[in-house]
Write a protein that binds this ligand. Sequence first.
Ligand code: PNW
Length: 489
Amino acid sequence: VSVYIVVGSRDFPPGFKFGAATAAYQIEGAWNVSDKSPSVWDKHIHAHPERVIDVSNGDIACDSYNKWQRDVEIARELGLHFYRFSIAWSRLLPKGYANYISEAGKKYYNDLIDALLEKGIEPLVTLYHWDLPQSLQDLGGWTNPLVSDWFADYARVAFSLYGDRVKTWITLNEPVMYCDIAYNTAVLAPGIYSPGRGSFLCNKHSIIAHAKAWRIYDEEFRPKYNGKISLANQIAWLEPATEEDIEITDITRQFLIGMYSHPIFSKEGGWPPVIEKIIAEKSKKEGLNHSRLPPFTQEEIELVRGTYDFFGFNYYTSRTVATAKEGDKIGPWPYTGSSDIGVHLTVKPEWKSAATKWFFIYPEGLRKQLSWLKKVYGDIEIFITENGFASYDSGLDDQDRIQYYKDHLEQVLLSIKEDGVKVTGYTAWTLIDNFEWMDGYKSKFGLYQVDFEDPERKRTPRASAHYYASIIKSHSLDVDVNVKISDEL
Ligand code: PNW
């Protein structure tokens, strides 16, 4: 008699890693302690407090600069394999340049990394999560081509200081946000409106900066430390609104995804040809002698092509795509469409909205996007560097967040098992409630609640923290969704 036991259909592959993420400006506070200099976010929000929904800022945030030991404890309580956090450039290098390293900044990240490793948690470090030193912004920031060298120098400092212990690096987080969205709306720092100009310069120089940092790691550090490095791209799944919109959807994908991926991940490198052509033609019609999209030289194309060890993918939401018609209502922020490609982005009525104005829930979009990445860039390793749920409810019994994680992790499993996509890790956004950019402290993403009225910034696990911890522990989705809330994990 043979007994067949069906096990493991909802198991994650052995070696699959689970973690959670944060970013420096959103949690650290201590914006001006010791020799730290202001970043573009310090400056932007101090100058325009009214632009943040609850007129708040990141001056104190979760006070993780002082309370980081509790954060490490939380990562341990959750059983995380890794904790993804970012280094504040202006904390480590207050002058922006590599010839002056802050002792306090250096120590802060050193202690954090050591404490994580002591608890068996891998540090996964983002070098740039939107907080450029303001002094570099004063020289044009990401629109100045020299920024790629400033960034590369900064990256080398971080690799030298921490590379012996940090084995996974993210150069840039979501350049689409701080380039395309920032310069097309002026809402995000640095608050400059320069659509189709600043956005493209920022895009190009970010790609080059990433590539230079990757090559420095590859040549100077990989031989002794043997780690991995890539960037994290945020991608909203884009679905054609009707059969007629398939072509415009492909163009839009090249505009919102390809502009940050094609130069690095495609075989031929460089800008997506379709976008290069569109912008060149438009620029000509506008009476310009040069395309508004700065070209890559052949040398730059070669510098950038192939500078990845995996694809870092942040996923939250989806959009539908249609050719823009006169009278279209503007779609939800931030993908309001670009006049450069004449497209209208909106959502399906059945995609439920979450707290913040841009958030519409479509778990299948995650699986579809993973397949698209495999189809377009090949059978590469994909690491989900962010995924998580926004609520306005700050309570502990967050069943809606549990549902979000369950539905999205199900899609990850399907992608791995049915579609054969090489997804090797998953990162929950976010460890603890924090400063959610223009949404201030109003929308909550945390597995742990933070009491922002409390000077101690007390952190308390939500139901979703218990749920996520049980998934990690069992390495499977076969866990009870009916979790009890308690103060302790
Ligand atoms: C990301 N969208 O931003 C950032 O990496 C985090 O810093 C941020 O807190 C988190 O996701 C939640 O917002 C996003 O419009 C901003 O689709 C906007 C979108 C997605 C992610």
